[in-house]
Design a protein around this ligand. Structure first.
Ligand code: 6LW
Length: 517
């Protein structure tokens, strides 16, 4: 009897350790076009960053479920020139790979050099300056064959092209060859090659990164093809009737990785809909288990679709400390999760005496060519509340500072404090293309508390003179800032910003707090 009980207890314990499950997205907020690689039992993942600086966020995990941002790949202007870039420009999809002790990241700056590689041997250190790869198109990827050759794949002219390259010099060693156009979906893109059981597998995204997005795969005995498509394509899709009510839509742009326990996993982008069929958080990073039997085609999560709650066995989970809700601005530098627009003048941002001091310039949030004084965090949840306190004691006439719900230049809602003559006003500005709506009312002085609440349908804006009693200043629909309305490839950033014609005043933010509701 005693033996039976101990066997039962062991069985229960083993089930509870393995069947831990997880919640999608595994990286919330604007983190599209994920690419992942493994070194031993460490996993590294990169996402695209468009007009934001630093570029290409870099994440680390021990279990593919819990991710910590360890920095960015592109941290210098010599790697990342973004003048004039908006939500449809700058850095598109990246790929990260590890070969012979060196990390390679290849991506596209559609606003300047096109495709380029950077490398490092220290994943937590600096990466090289760009190594241009003179092949047109976007969504570049690298694959090393067993003979040591390195192959480039990318999306160009409506199909998938392949050529041999030298990944350390960027030299193109063979004429780019069109190897597959997908299964007939528009925009065949995001190619990656994997070799398994004597087959070259070519996995791509089709359908465009909206509601028709899906993932397909083909294989060949030869790297240069011909590639034959899987009979059960798409291997991942949410555009079918069976998934039309799935809160995750637009799944695609995936990458596969074999875990250190031999299991296979897929990361992909998707978006969480709100306010009908809109999305504002940007495309986020999702995870799915893959069954890939010897000589067979990969099967994603059994049914070719994914869920927010994934009740599946995972690797032993190793969570990281979660990001603080409240930033007191008492550190020496802002954390990796903060982003600037285009190439910032970092002298405009000073952490001092427990506050973040922003020196405004004449550059408005709407200007595309320069970098306004703005630093932001990704909105990671459909329902949230954000708060800050801003002081404009050293302001000059018409200086402004506050918080912006920012999708793109010309698509943002701002709440701010401003000085006009000897008086102070709180204001709200809705910028929607050529439509600019401003409301202001008298404020008590040079210090004010702001609160922004978000829900599926509305952003609401509040202010307080004492941080206790809040008064609503305005509200506007989320859908007017959605990706479906604005276009582009990013997601909402909650930004602290300042603007000053005189360029002599400054704003001080005492704290910033963000909470999921
Ligand atoms: C990315 C491409 C795409 O490079 O959008 O629509 C681009 N699909 O795969 C930006 O995410």
């Amino acid at each position: 009897m005693r033996q039976t009980i101990s066997i039962l207890l062991l069985l229960i314990a083993s089930i509870s350790i393995n069947a831990q499950g997880y919640t999608n997205p595994v990286i919330k907020g604007f983190n599209p076009d994920p690419s992942v690689c493994r070194v031993g039992d460490d996993y590294y993942l990169v996402t695209s960053s468009f007009q934001y600086f630093p570029g290409v966020p870099l994440y680390h995990s021990k279990d593919l479920v819990n991710w910590e941002q360890i920095g960015h790949v592109l941290t210098r202007e010599s790697q990342l020139y973004l003048k004039g870039a908006n939500s449809g420009g700058g850095i598109y999809a990246p790929t990260i790979r590890h070969h012979n002790g060196k990390f390679y990241m290849i991506t596209t700056n559609v606003s300047t050099v096109g495709n380029f590689i950077v490398t490092t041997e220290d994943i937590r250190g600096e990466w090289s300056d760009p190594i241009p790869v003179n092949v047109g198109g976007i969504d570049p990827s690298l694959f090393w064959d067993e003979d040591g050759k390195c192959w480039y794949t990318g999306s160009a002219d409506g199909g998938i092209v392949l050529c041999e390259v030298n990944p350390d010099t960027g030299e193109v060693l063979s004429t780019p060859k069109r190897v597959w156009d997908g299964t007939g979906g528009r925009w065949p893109e995001a190619p990656h090659i994997y070799k398994k059981d004597g087959w070259y597998y070519l996995m791509i995204a089709e359908g465009g990164t909206e509601f028709g997005h899906n993932e397909t795969i083909a294989r060949s005995r030869y790297i240069e093809g011909p590639y034959d498509p899987a009979p059960h394509n798409p291997i991942l899709a949410h555009y079918k009737a069976a998934t039309q009510t799935n809160p995750i839509q637009g799944v695609g742009h995936a990458d596969l990785v074999q875990a250190h326990d031999g299991s296979w996993w897929l990361v992909c982008l998707g978006f969480r809909t709100q306010s009908g069929m809109h999305h504002l958080l940007g495309r986020e990073t999702f995870l799915a288990p893959v069954r890939w039997d010897k000589g067979a085609w990969p099967v994603v999560n059994g049914t070719g679709d994914i869920a927010l709650d994934m009740d599946v066995s995972t690797l032993p989970q190793k969570p990281f400390p979660i990001r603080p809700d409240r930033y007191e601005f008492d550190e020496e530098k802002l954390g990796n999760e903060w982003s600037w627009l285009r190439n910032p003048d970092m002298s405009k941002y000073v952490l001092e005496n427990g506050s973040l001091r922003l020196y405004g310039t004449g550059t408005d949030l709407d200007l595309l060519s320069e970098s306004p004084t703005f630093v932001g965090l990704r909105q990671q949840d459909i329902s949230f509340t954000a708060e800050t306190c801003v002081k404009l004691e050293k302001a000059r006439n018409d200086d402004k500072a506050g918080v912006t719900v920012f999708m793109d230049s010309g698509a943002h809602y701002d709440i701010y404090l401003t000085k006009k003559g000897a008086k102070w006003y709180v204001g709200i500005r809705y910028a929607m293309g050529v439509l600019k709506h401003v409301e202001e009312e008298l404020a008590g002085g040079s210090k004010v508390y702001f609160r922004i609440t978000g829900d599926p349908d509305f952003y609401r804006f509040w202010y307080s003179e004492d941080g206790k009693e809040y008064k609503q200043l305005g509200a506007n629909h989320t859908r007017y800032l959605s990706s479906e309305t604005i276009g582009g490839f990013t997601g909402i950033m909650l930004g602290l910003w300042a603007q000053s014609q005189s360029e002599k005043g400054w704003a001080e933010f005492e704290y910033f707090e963000y909470k999921q509701m």
